[in-house]
Design a protein around this ligand. Sequence first.
Ligand SMILES: [Zn+2]
Length: 599
Amino acid sequence: MGELLKREDQRVEDTWDLTSIFESDEKWEEAYKEVEDRLSEADTFREKGIQSSDDLLEVLEAERDLGVTLSQVYVYSHLKHDQDTSNSKYQSMESRAMSLYTKFASAWSFLTPALMQIDEETLNSYAEEDKLKEFKFDLEKINKQRAHVLSDKEEKLLAQAGLVLNNPGLTYAIFNNADLSFDNAVDSDGNSHVLTQGTYIDLLKSSDRTLRKSAYETLYKKYGEYENTLAQTLSGEVDSHVFTAEARGYKSSRDQALSNNHIPEEVYDQLVDVVNDNLHLLHRYTELRKEMLGLDELTMYDIYTPLVDEDFKVTYEEAKNHVIEGMAPLGEEYQDILREGFNNRWVDIYENKGKRSGAYSSGTYGTNPYILMNWQDNVDNMFTLAHEFGHSVHSYYSRKNQTANQSGYSIFVAEVASTFNEALLADYLYKNLDDDKKKLYLLNEQLEGFRGTVFRQTMFAEFEHKIHTLKESGEPLTADKLNEVYGDLNKKYYGDAVSYDDLISKEWARIPHFYMNYYVYQYATGYSAAATLSEIVLNGTKEDSDRYINEFLKKGSSNYPIEILKNAGVDMTTREPIEKAMKFFEEKLDQFEQLIKNK
Ligand SMILES: [Zn+2]
């Protein structure tokens, strides 16, 4: 392995082209200044008030348009910063852009309350006017919140209480990220390995069982030492959800969390029900794992290690061609967008000193949907590339076909397009590979992806709901209680093939998502939606792929996520998509077992 490149030594064609946002840093400064100078416009609008539909249109457009320029200012600085985080010029540009955002948000914070001041009937009649049609859905959403908006005095009090209510989550984050550290894990040769939140799962994937055991025990024993404190931060977080939901007159904290996106609670319950009805499939997979690893006792630190050892090399050029070819079921136009992205430098491909780690798709209205990669020549990276292009083409279509205020998409659907692309790529590769070992490797990756995204996140969702309902019925969330609930769920999910110890019961303490208020279930629903949609497209006609593109990828947030998905062909209010996803897992498991037998 050579030294990492410096940023300035990257070949230009391997980097993203940000000049299409701002030609130069000087142009960025001009845009920054423009936004700054126009912040005071908000005051003028606030003082003037909204007396007519013309006033309404004017104020909504002003906020939207300034918001677009601001987000371009932010995105440019953010991408420049990420390409080399040690560059102090871009550090400072990004932090200036962030503080400009805060100023903008505060200047325009009058708008929603001002819209609430207009009585419902009047606001509805404005929204019906043709000139306001681009804002009609936004206004409808505001109207729906009315029942949960309190008096001015109470709203002010709640806003001030936010500082206190956020504290449990902030305390946890600081403890988990800054204060908590672990001893090194030790492998079978006595060598030390740095153990952090970031390296933990990689260590659990090691083929060295001594190292896996060491990482697992060291990590959870440490969490165990602080379990009473961490039970208190999690309990405090749940308290804050329960308090806010009660104050705003929701039925429960889950009701509040889901109604933000207009998701019926049945969607959540059905997910948990269907997954529970199919836990025998996860048990079967766990049995198979025990058998393939040749272990007398399968433990929780044997769950992550790959079952197929295969060095599956792919260069960036090869990956690019596979991704384009793999998306053929979506048609020429979709593939042309991919080519446009590859040819016009949407992707920042290789690692360099100081570059942000990992991968993402970013950008905003009026910019290219950029992709950051830290390319390595392997199959995982090829899937990441397909995944990020899934996000990027979704953004591309939505930004081209919706107005700025509706061009984003909600978290509930955010991972659908990306997971969809992974499914298409896997299908393409599977059909085109002649090497059984590579096929096994692919299937293993798919099974693992499914376990981690559908089974595991549903287990999290079940845990999260359980601790909220316990709290709502007045039960204290002590460390013992949390260990008991988590340990029982873990046993139920992984089944009898695993020999359990007490340490895994403490896993709740290391999961930051439990501080995100009913967030995790969306990984499982998103995956299931993608599984259904990709199956429709893979087995369907041009009409089916057009429907996916037109009704889903182009729709942004122009409707409620459940409605958008329904129009695209998947009804998340029924059990069917989750059942189909389970079927998909079963088929992969069958294929996997078959290939092993044939070996
Ligand atoms: Zn993603």
